[in-house]
Write a protein that binds this ligand. Structure first.
Ligand SMILES: [Zn+2]
Length: 340
């Protein structure tokens, strides 16, 4: 089967009354984002919403039509995290149709920065962060892109409801349990349906790729440590079918969590080995490591993926410092690492 067949514009009923709806993204790195429509008396609940671009809205309208519904039938959005491929279409549809939006409380600082209420704008903030990781050339490229295409205003607004801690989300047909899973973003939540043995996993557990860590607005301290803790938390719950935001539905959350934990243990070891061999900033360690499942050299990646790789590596180094396996030192506002 084609590796990307899950991304084709087809509705898949993954459970009676629950439909996976893949929506297109303006950049094709991830192929598509899955939103899940849960049928309720009087309308639909959507887990995640898609990226607010015209082709995504057209496809959502077309695929909801196959369920005998329209955009106005979505009454409520449960959004796993604040990234634009999950959140922004909820904002756009709420303006026209009045649905409500729920989002994890931990996303509030990022949203405040995106709404730029007194904070340094998000992309400038990220460029500054890259300089601290020894990636001045990447920061220059990013700042050039900020000048070339300023951020489109108006796609960000606050949700109607903050999900605070572990809470029940009662629906007419079932009760979902919202569980904070910080890591990919600080306010990421998953929605567990223990009765039906389903996990709406957002980007916390993805079946074919490892979720990015650290490449987000205000990732918080030790995002990788938080992510691994969140993975172990999910591993202690009864196993469920994995309903991911990117990729096909699979049978076991546990099986994939085990692979992700092993992957990060290997990457942590590889980062220590790179430091032992002489790399001393996140940027240098990132350049010493292989990337993607095809083990590509860092310099072959495009600028977005080099940023992602650098932030990801910084998240690994921060955790290694916290674990006492490495030590760090700030010189001229650049973070250097060395063997402990
Ligand atoms: Zn995503």
């Amino acid at each position: 089967m084609d590796r990307y067949s899950w991304a084709e514009p087809v509705v898949e009923e993954v459970h009676p009354g629950i439909h996976r709806i893949p929506l297109p993204l303006p950049n094709d790195g991830l192929r598509a984002v899955n939103v899940y429509a849960i049928e309720q008396p009087g309308g639909l609940v959507l887990v995640d919403a898609g990226w607010s671009v015209p082709e995504s809205e057209r496809q959502l309208e077309m695929l909801l039509g196959q369920l005998g519904a329209g955009l106005g039938d979505v009454k409520r959005f449960l959004v796993t995290h604040v990234h634009r491929d999950h959140y922004t279409q909820a904002v756009a549809l709420r303006r026209r149709f009045g649905a409500t939006i729920a989002l994890g409380r931990g996303e509030q600082p990022a949203l405040e920065r995106l709404l730029n209420t007194g904070a340094l704008p998000a992309r400038e903030h990220r460029a500054r962060g890259l300089r601290q990781l020894g990636a001045a050339a990447l920061a220059d490229e990013l700042e050039q892109r900020i000048q070339d295409n300023p951020d489109s205003p108006g796609v960000w607004e606050m949700p109607d409801e903050w999900i605070d801690g572990e809470v029940d989300v009662p629906l007419a047909t079932t009760t979902l349990r919202a569980l904070p899973t910080p890591g990919h973003t600080p306010g990421h939540v998953v929605f567990h349906d223990p009765a039906e043995r389903l996990l709406f996993a957002g980007d916390h557990v993805l079946p074919t790729i490892t979720p990015s860590i650290g490449l987000t607005t205000d990732p918080g301290p030790l995002p990788l440590g938080a992510f691994l803790t969140s993975l172990r938390m999910v591993r202690t719950m009864p196993d469920a079918r994995l309903l991911p935001a990117h990729g096909p539905v699979t049978d076991s959350v546990h099986a994939r969590v085990d692979e992700l934990l092993e992957h990060h243990a290997e990457r942590l070891d590889a980062a220590v080995a790179a430091v032992t061999a002489g790399a001393d900033t996140a940027y240098q360690v990132a350049r010493a490591l292989p990337w993607t499942r095809r083990a590509r050299p860092f310099d072959d990646l495009d600028v977005f993926n080099r940023m992602l790789a650098t932030s990801e590596t910084a998240a690994h180094l921060d955790l290694l410092v916290a674990q006492g396996r490495l030590r760090e030192q700030r010189i001229d506002d650049v973070i250097h690492v060395a063997e402990a």
